[in-house]
Design a protein around this ligand. Structure first.
Ligand SMILES: NC(=O)c1ccc[n+]([C@@H]2O[C@H](COP(=O)([O-])OP(=O)(O)OC[C@H]3O[C@@H](n4cnc5c(N)ncnc54)[C@H](O)[C@@H]3O)[C@@H](O)[C@H]2O)c1
Length: 420
């Protein structure tokens, strides 16, 4: 039998060397003593989480490869926002000894770059990991699984091994409601058996949970996997339904609705999710997976009509048959999150959508004025890739919709072509 040897760089020290005591601060930065290595910091959930961590005095060491899965300008704007946030927090230090670089560090890199990641851990004495970087989206994972395996599995395992080597106090990572895959249940609980993922994306997320258990059992790495349910809010992902619905209603583009609109989803507002992430960072649980959702549902019909009302415009809707693989109803059981973390989602859909639509209006305005300036020849380049992507999507009749959650775990009618 052939033995697989781990490369030297991948070897871990004996388990005894693992953990700094909980609460023991190894950091000389930030006011809380926590130094959080935050992956996917340029993304939707990552940037919101970093903002809250900076505000409360944690040091954030962020990493993001800034890939072009969606408009990179959005991610760059998120990083700028975080730099400003760090500067604002640093300015509160009247001694004048704290600079924004002491509070927020950003590396534009792939999390799989082990030597770089290790050097960041060493240099900044990382105490906690909040791992949100991933290739997200179901359908693209069916078309090109290998980039998902790279970021979501190789990247996660690499980080877990580095985190274990460095004895971090807690490793919190993003899983997804899509791990519930082909479940016939309507309300999903962590105790459900989840071994029937129906997309490569979901399989990568389930793999992260399996590796977390392995790193806990071998090296004592404390981890919590958070199964997010359809997150929406300001700065939301342009490939997801809430953003796409707003965009199409606002701009008079036809949207495709699959089914009669009676399907229902558990939409969770970003601040509730971030609250759950922060609670999880602060409380090592051993090795757990926890649902983070709102815990109730909204019908698709109602979801669209709420956005119509808030935008003050009627949607142009094309009704299409149900997507194969779509489930009619999804909902998170949040009992475990409440019991273990004290998680309590607060934002009702109406309130969350009101804030999201208000943000979207402003965002559209600023895009429009950028474009006008461009037309006047003030700017050399304006990124209008989002509109063009949407145009292509509507031409193709392809409605990627909210590609992350279970609602869009699509099983294509014809088997997708396999990429070598
Ligand atoms: N948004 C949701 O509704 C939802 C639902 C379930 C799970 N999740 C999970 O939550 C996490 C955050 O999601 P999001 O909505 O903020 O997505 P996002 O795409 O906005 O953010 C993810 C970020 O990770 C970065 N990234 C990807 N691969 C990387 C790599 N190899 N190295 C460095 N950076 C890399 C991307 O550039 C991106 O900025 C993801 O793990 C996602 O799978 C999100």
């Amino acid at each position: 039998m052939m033995m697989m040897m781990m490369p030297t760089a991948m070897m871990l020290e004996a388990p005894e060397k693992q953990f700094a005591n909980e609460g023991e601060s190894r950091s000389d930065s930030g006011t809380s003593g926590k130094v959080v290595f935050l992956t996917g910091v340029g993304g939707f959930i990552g940037s919101h989480t970093a903002e809250v961590l900076l505000e409360r005095g944690d040091k954030v060491v962020g990493i993001d490869e800034m890939n072009d899965y969606y408009d990179v300008a959005i991610k760059r704007a998120n990083i700028e926002l975080l730099r400003r946030k760090a500067a604002e927090v640093a300015a509160r230090d009247t001694s004048g000894e704290t600079s924004h670089e002491d509070l927020f560090v950003f590396a534009e890199a792939d999390i799989c770059e082990r030597e770089l990641v290790k050097s960041l851990f060493d240099e900044h004495n990382v105490t906690h990991v909040c791992h949100l970087a991933a290739r997200a989206g179901v359908r693209p994972s069916i078309e090109d699984p290998f980039i998902y395996i790279h970021s979501n599995i190789v990247g996660t395992v690499s980080l877990m091994s580095i985190a274990a080597e460095h004895g971090v106090q807690n490793f919190v990572y993003a899983s997804s409601s899509s791990v519930y895959g082909g479940s016939k249940k309507q309300v999903f609980a962590e105790s459900d058996r989840v071994d029937n993922q129906v997309s490569q994306y979901a399989a990568t997320k389930k793999s992260c949970e399996l590796f977390a258990a392995t790193y806990h059992s071998l090296y004592g790495l404390q981890s919590t996997g958070l199964r997010f349910f359809t997150v929406y809010g300001p700065r939301g992902r342009p490939d997801m339904a809430p953003y796409k619905f707003m965009n199409r209603i606002f701009n008079g583009i036809t949207l495709q609705q699959y089914g009669d609109g009676s399907s229902a989803r558990d939409y969770t507002y970003i601040s509730d999710i971030v609250n759950g992430v922060v609670l999880a960072i602060d409380k090592p649980l051993g090795c757990e997976v926890v649902n983070l959702g709102k815990g109730n549902t909204c019908k698709l019909k109602e979801f669209i009509s709420t956005i119509e009302r808030l935008c003050g415009r009627k949607a142009k809707i094309e009704i299409l048959p149900d997507q194969p693989g779509d489930v009619p109803y999804t909902c998170a059981d949040t009992t475990k999150a409440a019991e273990l973390l004290g998680y309590k989602p607060k934002v009702q859909l109406e309130e969350g959508l009101t804030k999201t639509v208000a943000w979207f209006r402003q965002y559209e305005e600023s895009k429009k004025s950028r474009k006008e300036r461009d037309d006047d020849g003030v700017l050399a380049e304006v990124d209008d890739s989002e509109e063009s992507k949407d145009d292509v999507a509507s031409r193709d009749g392809e409605w990627k919709e909210d590609s992350d959650p279970i609602s869009h775990v699509e099983t294509p009618k014809a088997a997708p072509s396999l990429k070598a």
